[in-house]
Design a protein around this ligand. Structure first.
Ligand SMILES: O=c1ccn([C@@H]2O[C@H](COP(=O)(O)OP(=O)(O)O[C@H]3O[C@H](CO)[C@@H](O)[C@H](O)[C@H]3O)[C@@H](O)[C@H]2O)c(=O)[nH]1
Ligand SMILES: O=P(O)(O)OC[C@H]1O[C@](O)(CO)[C@@H](O)[C@@H]1O
Length: 712
């Protein structure tokens, strides 16, 4: 760790795919492609800057025989002040990004713990893609650190394009978990201080689809490409190994190559290119078609998306009887990619990207740097790239005739081919370099950190006594969870009294402090060590009931209750709760589900007004709004961190919607059998949440046995 107090420490978060410092396995699968390359090259470029002391690229630890053991190393040095950190959360197996959603709370808790074991916290968090955005939002709320986000590919844009292709909503949801992804993207756009895009087009046409659309927070900083790796042909192309591979497929391998290179994902729309080629005898006379679509052994072992793409390609090749004209190589190595581009350039071919939507398109930079003219989708980043480089033609990805005619117009016009090839070589170096990217990035970052330091709260005061013996904690809500069964409550109280030296006892409730104190008295419940009240917006330490002021400062961030009330008050089916339920950081309503808008519609409205709040519905009737950084779960993590009690030894009892985020992640959750626990049904797939048979306090006693809590 080289970051001293003056130099910048940047934490990149990019969770899915296979990430390592060398020989990236790009194209190996749907999750290892442009983003994995982008984050490694960005990390290296930033680490080279004098202002930067340390850059850590955080991803996921993968221990799986089907991939290299390198991905199971918790730490990999990238450069002298850049590292890859692999966090062990969720299954060790290499699973598709779409299956990571239920593991991201645990990932957040593990990364939060790792950060607090380092010599210093980062100056900024930078999340990449929806899954890292989910983690980044929660870490930013917990730590108060500013969040930068880069989407790389956006769910709403992909969803819209796949619908246009004819896929059903159910099919898209099944394959791509699109609702979890879009919800996470909306949240990160709501919480990030800065969004870095690669093109203006992303801001105008892609991010514009989101409820939380904040172009003023967005900056276009185009990525670079490695001009040492990607360069024009050297003249020996015919002798390279891959030419031999392609020759196996091609009757006349020396003809010009139409080259497509992308992950085998439906969004890449490769089949439309093949259809365009299959329908054009002229194209088939002029050129071969080379499709590099990832690496595969057996198509039947690939995930659904890739399987569909490759199967359809083989069927279309057969339908037009294109054997001898089309090459669909099964394998290629990372080092062969640059050779493939050069082979196509040496053959006077064309690179084509027919994607339904291409957020940016790193392959276009690589092709241009190799001297290849481009034919690319008019949807997304290629608009900017070809606009800057003037090195090719844009096409409508759903119009196969336009793809064919664009290809013909370049292949049949040697002058045009040379013009586009030269423009590409000149302009890719001019517009797309990582050094320029890193310089602009740091200018934006410095401004962001300065403004955040001004607003930053005083350092959290040490709350826990210097030496404390508690090695574990029990936190419980009150209504329908702790209360409701006097006998069980008496037994639970007995356990708390017996274990009091080892166990921190806390209450975490939506009620106010006064209301809690009355209940403790009436039910003869021993005074807890910590009181988290008003839905995680207030933290008190008995017996003096000192307020945790640093928590108050921490949550008072982007909190605009007046704006919130102007949006929510007029809505049907919502009635403000009584004054004693309202507080400085809590706005509460009674919710009538017959009359009120759905929760999703309310969240959408708030995002559209850029209101960043934490919203919960409890017991089907209590609708509560608190600051984004406040909630039972965030307050609980703050306290556990102060008292140095690992979340794996914090037993948390809940029963309604407001308890959800303290039950998620690494805490030991128990949902007691209450009438409204269906509000927590989505937690049933989370491995650390136990749905008790017993109700009220007996459910907590059951969970103590289930987790063997006192012997952990
Ligand atoms: O079989 C393959 C397929 C891809 N690649 C490489 O993988 C990368 C693919 O990047 P890109 O063309 O940008 O596509 P995506 O993988 O879809 O990347 C996402 O993230 C990129 C970085 O933000 C954006 O440029 C894209 O638009 C976005 O879809 C390139 O370096 C390719 O050379 C291979 O090496 N072999
Ligand atoms: O096409 P999708 O599902 O939006 O995902 C894009 C994928 O390409 C990548 O660049 C691969 O690294 C990642 O951004 C992501 O896994």
């Amino acid at each position: 760790m080289k970051a001293n107090q003056n130099s910048l420490y940047i934490l990149m978060i990019s969770i899915h795919g296979l990430i390592r410092g060398k020989q990236l396995e790009l194209g190996r699968d749907a999750d290892t492609g442009g983003q994995t390359k982008y984050v490694v090259e960005l990390t290296r470029a930033l680490a080279r800057r004098p202002e930067v002391g340390q850059v850590d690229l955080v991803t996921r630890l993968i221990t799986d025989d089907s991939v290299s053991p390198e991905y199971g190393k918790p730490l990999e040095a990238l450069d002298q002040n850049a590292r890859i950190i692999r966090i062990d959360a969720g299954p060790g197996l290499y699973i598709p990004k779409e299956d990571l959603w239920s593991h991201l709370d645990a990932y957040t808790d593990e990364l939060f713990g790792w950060l607090h074991r380092q010599p210093r916290l980062p100056d900024v968090l930078h999340s990449h893609y929806a899954d890292a955005g989910y983690v980044g939002v929660r870490l930013s709320h917990l730590t108060g650190l500013p969040l930068i986000h880069t989407g790389h590919s956006l769910g709403r844009d992909k969803f819209r394009r796949l619908l246009a292709l004819g896929l059903s909503v159910e099919d898209i949801q099944h394959r791509y978990k699109m609702s979890e992804r879009i919800s996470a993207e909306e949240d990160v756009l709501n919480s990030a201080s800065l969004v870095i895009t690669s093109t203006h087009n992303e801001i105008e046409d892609q991010y514009e689809l989101y409820d939380c659309y904040t172009p003023e927070k967005m900056s276009v900083i185009p990525p670079g490409t490695d001009l040492n790796q990607f360069h024009p042909p050297t003249g020996e192309e015919a002798s390279v190994g891959f030419f031999g591979v392609l020759s196996r497929y091609l009757r006349e391998p020396h003809k010009p190559m139409i080259l497509a290179l992308s992950r085998p994902d439906e969004r890449k729309n490769i089949v439309s290119l093949l259809e365009a080629y299959g329908q054009s005898k002229r194209l088939q006379q002029l050129a071969n078609l080379v499709i590099v679509a990832g690496n595969r052994d057996d198509i039947r072992e690939l995930n659904d998306g890739a399987q569909n793409v490759l199967t359809e390609l083989l069927l279309v090749i057969d339908c037009y009887d294109l054997n001898g004209l089309v090459a669909l190589p099964k394998h290629h190595s990372a080092s062969e990619v640059a050779e493939i581009y050069r082979l196509a350039a040496a053959s006077k071919g064309v690179f084509v990207n027919p994607a339904l939507t291409e957020p940016f398109g790193l392959t276009l930079l690589e092709a241009a740097a190799s001297g290849l003219p481009l034919v690319a989708t008019e949807v997304g980043g290629p608009v900017d790239i070809i606009g800057n480089c003037n090195n090719g033609l844009l096409i409508d990805p759903l119009d196969e005739a336009s793809i064919a005619s664009a290809l013909l117009s370049i292949l049949e016009d040697q002058e045009l081919w040379s013009k586009y090839s030269e423009h590409g070589l000149t302009n890719v170096a001019r517009f797309y370099s990582w050094e320029a990217h890193a310089k602009t990035y740091l200018e934006k970052l410095t401004a962001l950190i300065d403004q955040n330091r001004i607003a930053a709260r005083p350092a959290p005061l040490a709350k826990a006594p210097a030496v404390q013996t508690r090695t574990r904690a029990i936190f419980t809500a009150i209504d329908n969870t702790l209360l409701g069964d006097p006998e069980a409550l008496a037994m639970f109280v007995k356990v708390i009294r017996e274990q009091h030296r080892r166990v921190l006892f806390g209450i975490s409730t939506g009620r106010s402090l006064n209301s809690v104190l009355k209940i403790l008295k009436v039910h003869s419940i021993p005074m807890p060590d910590v009181l988290i009240t008003s839905l995680g917006t207030e933290i008190y330490y008995p017996p003096q009931f000192t307020t945790d002021i640093s928590w108050t400062h921490h949550i008072d961030h982007w909190w605009t209750p007046q704006v919130l009330k102007r949006i929510v008050d007029p809505l049907p089916g919502l009635t403000p709760q009584s004054k004693d339920q309202q507080s400085r950081f809590k706005v509460s309503y009674y919710y009538d589900e017959q009359l009120a808008p759905s929760m999703e519609d309310i969240l959408t409205m708030l995002r559209q007004h850029e209101v960043s709040v934490h919203t919960t519905l409890s017991f089907g009737q209590f609708l509560d709004f608190v600051p984004a950084r406040a909630s039972k779960g965030q307050a609980l993590r703050y306290v556990a961190n102060q008292w140095k009690i690992p979340l794996e030894r914090v037993l948390v009892n809940g029963g309604s919607g407001g308890d959800e985020d303290m039950l998620r992640g690494n805490t030991l959750g128990v949902v007691v059998a209450t009438r409204h626990r269906e509000e927590l049904a989505q937690l049933s797939e989370t491995q650390r949440v136990y749905f008790a048979e017993g109700s009220h306090a007996s459910g907590i006693l059951e969970a103590i046995d289930y987790y063997d809590f006192f012997n952990l």
